[in-house]
Structures are given as structure tokens and as C-alpha cells.
Ligand binder design. Sequence first.
Ligand code: GDP
Length: 197
Amino acid sequence: MVVKTAEFVCSNTQVNKLPAPNLPEYAFIGRSNVGKSSLINALTGRKGLAKTSQKPGKTQLINHFIINKEWYLVDLPGYGYAQTSKKNRADWEKFIRKYLTTRENLQCVFVLIDSRLEPQKIDLDFCCWLGENGLPFMLIFTKADKLSRVKCDQNMAKFRRALLKWFEEVPPRFLTSSEEKTGLEPILDTIADINAA
Ligand code: GDP
């Protein structure tokens, strides 16, 4: 898929104020600092579309972007701030869980994983929760330029093995670098395929 247009639609703090669910929608989520904003900007070819390096504690927003006037790309607030309070975490969970479990046009959740790290409990728990709720998801490993391909493959394999404790099959995985603009096309093509199905 070629991204011809990518426009900001709205930011929301409430699930009941989201745009009408009249287009297919794809959500991007991951630990804070995983590289989500950079990935959204790289995928859309628009440098400043998603704001990079947002500070913890900022208002938690669901950001909608419309791509090619055909589908919504949704930037969800990051999870797992080390400094965040229990209250912030609980609010995040309530808000995001409500969005994910009620959004009728949501086609797939892309869970971003830092390819440099060993499998993290917070990411595995989140994937399990998606599975338990029957929400389709795929994995995007980020920052591939920061380590060797062999090491990336090892970390991806470890994550896969960890998920196999809970899942019979592991969802599709993508390895990306927003810095080097690699691994982006397969994600866009997957979205195009789902949209066409
Ligand atoms: P977010 O908090 O998940 O939205 O993460 P950001 O997109 O703001 O990225 C966090 C930090 O990681 C920033 O300093 C980015 O420049 C850096 N970063 C993000 N993606 C990549 C990547 O693919 N390669 C490298 N080397 N750095 C990246």
C-alpha cells in the first residue's frame, strides 16, 4: 500500500466521543518509548504526524489519523511508565480496555515490542489479555537497527516461545526500524489485505 494522504482527525480522552466507526481501524500500542510515534511517522511518511517522546504523566489520548481516506490509524497511549502512579495505571487500563473491547470497527491491534529486550512480562501480559478477549493482534518489533539481525531473531524467537505457553499459534510478527525505514511495507500490505477482505 502506498500512503497518499495521512491526516490527523482528533484526540480523545473518552471512548464515547470517538469518530463514527464507519471505516476499518488499526490500533498501535506498546510500552512508552518503544518507538510507536516514530513508527507511525515512518509508516505514513509524515515526520510530525505522531508526537515523539511524550513525557510520562501527560494526558492519555486516543489519537485518530485517517489514511488514504480509507482507514483509521489509531495511536493509543503507551503503557508501563516506570514513574507512573497506581492511579494513572488503573486509569490507563480502564480507558484502553474499554476502547479495545468496544470498538466495533477495530480490525487489528499492532503491539509494539522493543527488539533489543528479552520478553517483558508487561508485554506478554498485554498480549494474553488481548487473546483472552478475542482481539486480533500482530507484533511489531521496533528499533531493529540498534542490534544485529541475529540478536533480533533471537529476541523475536524468545518472545514467540513465551507466547506459545498461552497460544496455540503465534500471530504474525514484523521487524522494523523507523530510523532506517525498514520492515514497513509488509505492515501496510497486511492492512491493505485486511481492508480488501
Ligand atoms: P514512543 O514513546 O513509543 O512514541 O517512542 P518514540 O517514537 O518517541 O521513540 C522513543 C525513542 O526511541 C526516541 O528517542 C526515538 O528517536 C527512538 N527510536 C524510535 N524508533 C527508533 C528506531 O527504529 N531506531 C532507533 N535507533 N531509534 C528509534
